[in-house]
Design a binder for this molecule. Structure first.
Ligand code: HEM
Length: 219
């Protein structure tokens, strides 16, 4: 197992302040939902505020991408058997990172695309670009993952729950295609993680003695 020196101190701090960090995530999620639902109102009544957020649209897309990729790292680390403690640190907040990711991606898509299109009447099949179709596909694939990222759903769906969570792999492909049409840098980052995903699974299937990756980190 490859380890990062001193990470134990970082991990200890994260464990110590876990509840505070979870509260920060919750606050950001509520704030994000507020930004989404007030979008149409801002467009009509506070256009400057809307434009201010819309101008950050691409950065929000990049943030959503990075949050999404972060949620995939523990699984990759565990399959390659590297950085176990870093993986465990991310797992402490993975569910909250995933929920926040979806909300940030929604703000991104609503502000760069949906709200301006609806409010200016340029909404419909003749106006939709392939970039928007692929972006929407990513969100549609992630919707069940987002909706079931809680303890109640985990208990309700039992063993099937992990299959719902594995939809993230399909979302990764759709997200890669979406960003490949826009940003070379983002596409490169997504491609690296996509390849790491593929190689890490190949590592488990073909080179691991036991064909049983750490279910705990991959769940
Ligand atoms: C999981 C969901 C999504 C992620 C992770 C994501 C991520 C990104 C990223 C990283 C970029 C490039 C930013 C840059 O150029 O630096 C981008 C651009 C863009 N995205 Fe998304 N996106 C998502 C969903 C959507 C959806 C649902 C839509 C629309 C329906 C959308 C519409 C766009 C548009 C129009 C651009 C180009 C903006 C411009 O160049 O001005 N995205 N997205």
């Amino acid at each position: 197992m490859i380890k990062i020196p001193y990470w134990i101190k970082v991990h200890t701090l994260l464990v110590k302040y876990k509840q505070i960090i979870l509260n920060i995530f919750l606050t950001l999620q509520i704030l994000g939902m507020g930004i989404i639902v007030s979008g149409f109102y801002l467009f009509s009544n506070f256009t400057e505020v809307f434009i201010l957020i819309a101008q950050r649209g691409n950065s929000l897309g990049t943030l959503a991408l990075l949050l999404f990729l972060t949620t995939l790292l523990p699984g990759i680390f565990s399959r390659f058997k590297v950085f176990p403690l870093v993986g465990a640190s991310i797992v402490l907040f993975r569910r909250q990172i995933g929920i926040l990711m979806f909300i940030v991606a929604m703000i991104h898509s609503f502000y760069v695309s949906t709200i301006p299109a609806v409010m200016t009447g340029t909404f419909g099949p003749e106006f939709v670009t392939s970039r928007e179709i692929l972006g929407s596909l990513s969100l549609i694939i992630l919707l069940p993952v987002w909706l079931t990222s809680n303890n109640i759903s985990q208990k309700f769906f039992g063993k099937f729950w992990i299959n719902i969570q594995r939809l993230t792999y399909f979302a990764l492909i759709a997200i890669f295609a979406h960003v490949a049409l826009t940003s070379y840098k983002s596409a490169l980052i997504a491609l690296i993680v996509l390849l790491l995903e593929i190689f890490s699974w190949m590592n488990v299937w073909f080179f691991s003695k036991k064909n049983n990756p750490s279910a705990e980190l991959d769940s």
